[in-house]
Design a protein around this ligand. Structure first.
Ligand code: ATP
Length: 233
């Protein structure tokens, strides 16, 4: 479904990604791991055209989307939930969802605003509250729900569990599991148990290079590898 090949991405003269290649197959849940500054956010930003790669290519559902504007990539169903969530502060929860609805014809409306409220009672209870009054956990759930009403083909989540209470992390994990099979998910994380529990495959980035690609089960069974690339000591 997604094939990124040899991505080189720069911030000005600073070379952040050094030939990152990764692929995600339909229905998979894949995690991108790595320490702070390894290039996880930059990889997602490169895939969706926010920080276009200077070299390399991105193919999505058989089409070359390299260099397309970010809004065009989103329109095709590659939807990113950024780390800072970008909730509209003055719109209510319901309005945040309403303005994010997919209005194209290419994809079915699998997630309606009412469907979101049926599935997430936590959001239904605060549907008339402005975005700025939400807790971090409520914002994260809303940010994911907002991406869902955009009818994503591939959902990209940047550090969805970061800084959140265990009960919210559990809900986000359950949601990722529920999506498995019908919505393909690529998420970044620094929380290894979360990645082990919810992703089947993973990539580890270090200094803008892919240093591991394999199943999460293999990584889980290899503490030496975890230590080498992921420990924060
Ligand atoms: P984190 O977990 O801290 O978000 P990350 O793995 O997502 O880390 P990136 O944010 O992709 O890492 O950063 C990769 C490299 O690019 C780092 O060296 C970082 O300092 C640099 N970088 C990231 N954003 C910018 C920017 N806007 N301008 C310049 N350099 C940047």
């Amino acid at each position: 479904m997604l094939d990124a090949s040899e991505l080189h991405t720069f911030y000005g003269e600073s070379h952040a990604l050094h030939g990152v290649s990764l692929s995600v197959r339909e229905g998979e849940t894949v995690c991108l791991l790595g320490r702070n500054g390894a290039g996880k956010t930059t990889t997602l930003s490169s895939l969706v055209g926010i920080v276009p790669p200077r070299r390399g290519s991105v193919h999505f559902r058989g089409h070359d989307i390299t260099g397309l504007p970010a809004h065009e990539i989103t329109r095709r169903g590659l939807c990113l939930v950024p780390e800072d969530r970008r909730i509209f502060p003055d719109l209510t929860v319901a309005e945040n969802l309403e303005v994010s609805r997919y209005r194209g014809r290419e994809r079915a409306e699998s997630w309606t605003v009412e469907g979101i409220f049926d599935s997430f009672s936590m959001l239904a209870e605060i549907r008339d509250q402005p975005g700025k009054t939400l807790s971090g956990g409520q914002q994260q759930i809303l940010a994911i729900a907002r991406a869902l009403v955009g009818q994503p083909v591939l959902l990209l989540l940047d550090e969805p569990s970061e800084g959140l209470a265990p009960v919210i992390v559990h809900q986000i994990g359950a949601l990722i599991d529920e999506l498995a099979g019908h919505t393909t998910v690529l998420f970044t994380d620094q929380n290894l148990p979360f990645a082990f529990q919810h992703a089947s495959r993973c990539y580890i980035l270090e200094k803008g290079h892919v240093v591991y690609a394999g199943t999460t089960a293999e990584l889980q069974a290899n503490p030496e590898l975890q230590d080498r690339y992921l420990s924060v000591a």
